[in-house]
Design a binder for this molecule. Structure first.
Ligand SMILES: [Zn+2]
Length: 154
């Protein structure tokens, strides 16, 4: 199977956004992610709180799980692409595996661990993508309780 190639951050974000939209279509929290290594999409993932009744499968952690066990040398060349600013759990996973670069669709809906990532030497790129913002705006308005549950609030 040939892996999908992406030529820049915007193309990689489009892959993550497609995952987010698939999640929304399933009734889930619309946050998607892609792990890109050497211009190839190694794995994708999406928040599965609803679909799998999981409190730990966020876009980024689902993506890491789907990528399977990887050597440190692969993580060291990886970019984690996510439609929304990564929460503390996903920030921790990014730091744990030594992923040096994170591309974020937007951080207006939610601002996660970007400061900590930068403090620890991770390159953080925020694209403020209109489609990502609009997807979350629509979701938060339609499903406020589900959104609050996902960020640990009531
Ligand atoms: Zn998360």
């Amino acid at each position: 199977m040939t892996r999908q190639q992406v030529s820049d951050d915007a193309e990689a974000l489009a892959v993550a956004l497609a995952e987010a939209r698939a999640g929304r279509a399933e009734g889930g929290v619309p946050i998607g992610a892609a792990l890109v290594v050497d211009g190839e999409v190694l794995a994708v993932g999406r928040n599965k709180r609803v679909q799998e009744a999981s409190p730990i499968l966020h876009g980024e952690t689902d993506c890491l799980a789907n990528a399977g066990r990887l050597p440190a040398s692969v993580y060291a060349r990886a970019t984690m692409v996510t439609t929304l600013s990564p929460c503390d759990m996903c920030t921790g996973a990014i730091l744990l595996y030594g992923i040096p670069r994170v591309v974020i669709g937007e951080n207006r809906t939610f601002l996660g661990g970007e400061h900590l990532l930068r403090t620890r030497g991770v390159e953080v790129v925020v694209l403020e993508d209109r489609d990502c913002i609009e997807l979350m705006r629509e979701f938060v308005a339609a499903e406020p309780e589900l959104w609050n549950e996902d960020i640990g609030e009531e």
